[in-house]
Design a binder for this molecule. Structure first.
Ligand code: NAD
Ligand code: ZN
Length: 812
């Protein structure tokens, strides 16, 4: 590639990233990588001014305007900031400045909040407009959304100027972000990646009510206007604070660059204590007079410089790649890491996303990997330290079978994710669906979280959510299980009674490293676990060696265990614990005392650190751990749970519709469907054309709905829910108002809801039902197929006739 091609290719690539970042809120590379590429381009362009292009990403603010909001021009242009990454960069900048202005230069140091920029216009102390940065000249008018943010003052106080703009950053504090993500995870949805993109995405929602629900915050840092009552940047921060804006206290005045660096160094460490995300420090020339002298480049002010903190990176050992199965059957590979501290938290796991990602980075078990936590909350593996790679390792073979049910995985054309297609039997999918059903935004059944659902499921009491409504107190009381069954080596947890092959596999998972195939082979030759002890081993091959190890461990550790009753699930778990207790090598007591490692996972570790004869010391920890990991359904839990299940029968139709978990039908979608179809029968009879005519229902959702109701099994489940008494039709909200006080109604014909229901709503709102028309009747509510005589009579007596819809409008 020649220079010109290189420049053009970089420009195209960066424009694409700008689009992903600013418009889609979904960047595909890290900020650091982006800045490096931008810098490469800058260097090339400087060396080759002949390829100048005013539209180059180096000369333009990256944002764009979207078509969803009104576009408005900025009175004062909104710039970006120049970036620096080192002390030297800052020193160079200072030198440049000092040549251009008279007198000593002081600096204001501020934190660089990582969110979405916003410009607010205030007229006579009232918020008039809020506009995104857009391309710097024009932005999106998102006033309605910004009004919902509590830290944006709608009216100012004090001695504010009559007209000015104030700039700031809209951020999503960690706490709110974590809460939003917890809710998403509860619903089995992908968590949001980082607060910045989520904040920015929230601002572009069409529904301000939804924006209001997001815990956004607005931090202000810059005034723009004519004849403002301030002479320095620092003063303007103080003034803004007095007028009622939220201006963080961290800002500091620095007399020289040393003081600036002090500020930088302090916050590089302490920023993790802040409630929101920051990605650097912004250093600004304090005097506004000097700022004016310095002016702007094409893209940024010369009087300000961002100093970016480095995205924190560490290297650590990747022990194992495990695979999680989600509610929809999607498989997510997870890297289990040697715990390591990164950006203030201990990181033990990182998502590997999908098979392509593993292949692209060539990640293998046993590798030393680089883990980064730049903007992203969930740490990610950005590469492998190849100098540390074991030369004998081989590329990771992605699993081909579901780790939970053994079904061969599928991967649809063009999809990144593998799926387990065993929808009806695969345990995490079943449990996930039930969990979704009971979750807060669906049926909101309190106390029925994952743990309890698992107990009920593994004890064979529920197979799907309809079974919840048929639970009996006597059956559930006293049920228990250990939460941490994975650590107990129990891979095949869907079988309450595991078969021999599985039991062997479970055992060897811990000790012998038999593969599933090995276990199968062995199980065909013996009748029970006990037989392993007497099995004749040919120890000349690796299979035999593994068996020998298994035999040895078994012999050494089993005396008191009732092998006849093994294998059963509970028996199995306790069996493992007992083995741990009896097993003389488990002694890494010190490791265990640290709560961080207080987990059965580390028994494996402690096995390696063989230090004999300390089992006794260890025992209480194991017992405590076992208790901590065991949950059981006690009296109170059981009765509360049944009450909560009973109470959930009164949830509205749209909640039920959301809860049953039709693919891609979310909370809002379910509401639209409920309002449109009024009841389940109508929805079930809807054709493809009916469906796609509804707001927000596209091709794939329509197909999902049709498929859902085409399944015999789903129909059976729904039938059971109906029998249990769940709501499968809209019951208009009982407002319980007195809006209809003094009015009498006659109801005639058929309606979208039961006639009695309609009458009840009238009464609940203070109205009176009468059965026949008279001069005193206020309204006749006309349904379908009303007899003609009623109509004549009403016309004669001048009684107002209204439709069902008119009636409900009266209640609004
Ligand atoms: N990963 C990607 O694909 C990708 C793509 C485009 C941009 N980016 C990233 O976005 C950034 C570029 O975006 P940018 O142009 O918004 O620049 P920027 O984020 O580097 O800095 C400018 C912005 O900082 C904000 N800011 C926060 N605190 C401030 C304060 N105290 N004073 C003044 N301004 C403050 C302002 O909103 C201002 O617009 C780069 O860091 C880049 O890495 C990443
Ligand atoms: Zn499966």
């Amino acid at each position: 590639m020649n220079i010109e091609q290189q420049i053009i290719s970089l420009r195209n690539e960066l424009s694409e990233h700008n689009y992903n970042y600013y418009v889609l809120d979904n960047p595909t590379i890290s900020d650091f990588e982006f800045d490096q590429k931008l810098n490469d381009l800058q260097v090339l362009e400087q060396a080759h001014p002949e390829y100048y292009d005013a539209n180059s990403p180096t000369l333009r603010v990256g944002g764009e305007i979207t078509k969803n909001f009104e576009t408005v021009p900025h009175t004062y242009r909104m710039y970006s900031l120049e970036n620096s990454y080192s002390k030297e960069d800052l020193e160079d900048w200072e030198k440049r400045i000092e040549k251009m202005v008279d007198g000593a230069v002081e600096f204001t140091c501020e934190l660089k909040y990582d969110g979405a920029s916003i410009s607010l216009t205030y007229e006579d102390g009232q918020l008039k407009r809020a506009v995104t940065r857009g391309d710097g000249f024009r932005g999106d008018d998102i006033t309605a959304n910004v009004r919902t943010i509590r830290s944006v003052p709608l009216h100012l106080r004090g001695d504010y100027p009559p007209l000015f703009d104030i700039r700031g950053e809209i951020v999503l504090p960690f706490e709110g972000f974590a809460k939003m993500n917890a809710e998403r995870v509860e619903l089995g949805e992908e968590p949001y990646r980082n607060p910045r993109n989520t904040a920015s995405g929230s601002l572009k929602l069409q529904d301000s009510a939804e924006v209001a629900r997001r815990p956004l915050d607005c931090l202000l840092y810059n005034l723009q206007g004519e004849r403002l009552p301030v002479k320095t940047q620092f003063e303007s921060l103080e003034k803004a604070r007095q007028w009622g804006f939220k201006v963080p206290e961290a800002a500091k005045l620095a007399k020289n660059l040393d003081e600036v660096l002090e500020f930088v160094n302090y916050w590089d460490i302490h920023r993790h204590e802040l409630p929101y995300e920051t990605d650097g420090v912004v250093v600004k020339v304090n005097s506004l007079q000097q700022q004016e002298e310095l002016g702007y480049t094409a893209k940024s002010p010369r009087w300000a410089m961002a100093y970016k903190f480095k995205a924190e990176q560490v290297s650590t050992l990747l022990h194992q790649i495990t695979y999680q199965v989600g509610r929809t059957g999607a498989i997510t590979p997870v890297a289990n890491l040697e715990p390591v501290e990164l950006a203030g938290t201990i990181v033990k796991r990182a998502s590997l996303h999908n098979a392509d990602q593993i292949q692209k980075l060539d990640i293998r078990e046993g590798d030393t990997v680089f883990v980064e936590k730049g903007g992203e909350i969930i740490p990610k593996i950005i590469g492998v330290d190849f100098t540390q790679r074991d030369p004998n390792s081989s590329p990771t073979k992605y699993i081909t079978e579901c780790p939970e049910c053994g079904t061969p995985l599928v991967r649809a054309e063009g999809e990144a994710q593998h799926y387990c297609p065993n929808v009806e039997v695969c345990p995490p999918q079943i449990i996930g669906r039930i969990q979704h059903f009971t979750s807060r935004k669906a049926m909101d059944i309190e106390g029925l979280g994952k743990g309890i659902i698992e107990i009920l499921y593994y004890n064979g009491l529920i197979q799907n959510y309809s079974d919840l409504y048929y639970l009996k107190y006597e059956k559930i009381i006293g049920l228990e299980r250990w939460l941490d069954n994975e650590t107990a080596g129990l891979k095949y947890k869907n079988h309450l009674q595991v078969d021999l092959k599985t039991a062997i596999f479970g055992l060897s998972y811990k000790w012998g490293n038999l593969t599933l195939k090995d276990s199968e082979l062995l199980s065909s030759e013996i009748h029970s676990i006990k037989d392993i002890l007497n099995y004749k081993v040919d120890n000349t091959n690796s299979y035999g060696k593994k068996l020998l190890k298994l035999q040895y461990k078994l012999k050494n550790s089993l005396k008191s265990i009732d092998l006849e009753n093994f294998p059963s699930l509970e028996g199995y778990v306790s069996f493992n614990l007992l083995l741990q207790l009896k097993f003389p090598e488990i002694c890494a007591l010190d490791l265990f005392k640290k709560d961080e490692f207080y987990n059965l996972n580390y028994i494996d570790e402690s096995l390696k650190l063989s230090n004999y004869n300390r089992v006794k010391d260890f025992e209480p920890f194991i017992i405590k751990l076992a208790d901590r990991n065991r949950i059981s359904i006690q009296d109170l839990t059981a009765s509360n749970m049944l009450l909560a299940i009973e109470a959930s029968k009164s949830r509205d139709f749209d909640k039920v519709l959301f809860a049953i978990g039709i693919k891609d039908v979310g909370e809002v979608g379910a509401k639209n469907l409920a309002i449109h179809f009024k009841n389940l029968n109508n929805l079930m009879n809807a054709t493809y054309e009916d469906l796609i005519s509804i707001r927000d229902v596209g091709n794939s959702v329509a197909i999902n709905i049709l498929e859902f109701f085409a399944s015999e099994r789903n129909l059976e489940i729904i039938e059971r829910l109906k029998v249990a008494g769940l709501k499968f039709e809209i019951v208009e909200k009982e407002l319980g108002s007195n809006k209809l006080e003094g009015m009498t109604f006659v109801v005639s014909g058929t309606f979208s809801i039961e006639r009695n229901e309609l009458k009840r709503i009238i009464e609940d709102n203070g109205g009176k039902n009468v059965s026949s028309l008279s001069k005193n009747t206020s309204f006749l509510i006309v349904g379908e197929n009303m007899g003609p005589s009623k109509k004549l009579r009403a016309e004669k007596d001048n009684i107002k006739m209204i439709s069902e819809k008119d009636f409900f409008n009266m209640l609004l």
